[in-house]
Design a protein around this ligand. Sequence first.
Ligand code: ATP
Length: 217
Amino acid sequence: MFHLSNASFSHGSLPVLHDITLDIVEGEKVALVGPSGAGKSSLLSVLWQQNPEQVALCPQESGLVDILSVYQNIYMGGLSRFSTLYNVFNLIRPWTSRKRDIAMICQQLGLSDKLFVSPDKLSGGQRQRVALGRALYRQQPIFMGDEPVSSLDPEQGDSLLSEVLARHSTAIVAIHSPELAIKHFDRVIALQQGRVIGDWPTADISVATLEDVYRDA
Ligand SMILES: Nc1ncnc2c1ncn2[C@@H]1O[C@H](COP(=O)(O)OP(=O)(O)OP(=O)(O)O)[C@@H](O)[C@H]1O
C-alpha cells in the first residue's frame, strides 16, 4: 500500500528525511512518534502522495474555512463523492439526507449545537474535532492524521481516536503520546532527525521504550 526504499526528502535546500525504507500494508494501524522536528509530518506527506485518492487526511493545520459553517467544512470532506452540481446545492441549501449524515458525525464529535456555527467561533479542541469530522466524511479506507487529537482532553482524545481507527482499515498517525501510541496502534515507527530509529510491533515495546525516543533526541 505504501512503499519507500532508501528515500530521502528535502524542504527546499533543507534535507529532512534520510534513507527511509519501509512498507505499510493494508490493515496496519501505524503510529509515527518522535520529537518535534523529527520529520513525522514530512513522512506523512511523502506517504500521502503515494495514494491520495484513498486517504482521509487530517493535517496538523486544520485548514478549516472560517467563512463557511461547521456543516459546510465537514461536507467539503465528501466533495469527491458527489457531482459538482449536487455539491453546490448541498453547500448552499443542504438536502435532508446530507444534513442528517453530518449532524450524526457532529453528534459523535460532541458538536451537535455547532452545526451552523463558523469555525472561527470555536475553541482549538472544537476546531480539531471539525477537522476530524471532515476526514471521517471523506469515507476512505485509509486514515492519515497529524496529531489529530492533540488539542482534546485526554479522555475525549482517547475515545475519538478509537472511533476514527475503527472506521478505517488502515491508519498512519503522527502522535506524541506514547500511551495513545501503545494503546491504539499495532505498529510504531520512531523518527529522530529525519531517520527511522525504531520500527516495532506494539506488542514488543512499552511506554518506556517510546519515552526513550524523546529522551535520547
Ligand atoms: N514548509 C517547510 N519549509 C521548510 N522546512 C520545513 C517545512 N516544514 C517542516 N520543515 C522542517 O522539516 C523538519 C521536519 O519537520 P516536520 O514538520 O516533518 O517534523 P515533525 O516531526 O512533524 O514535527 P512536529 O512534531 O513539531 O510537528 C524540521 O526541521 C522543520 O523545520
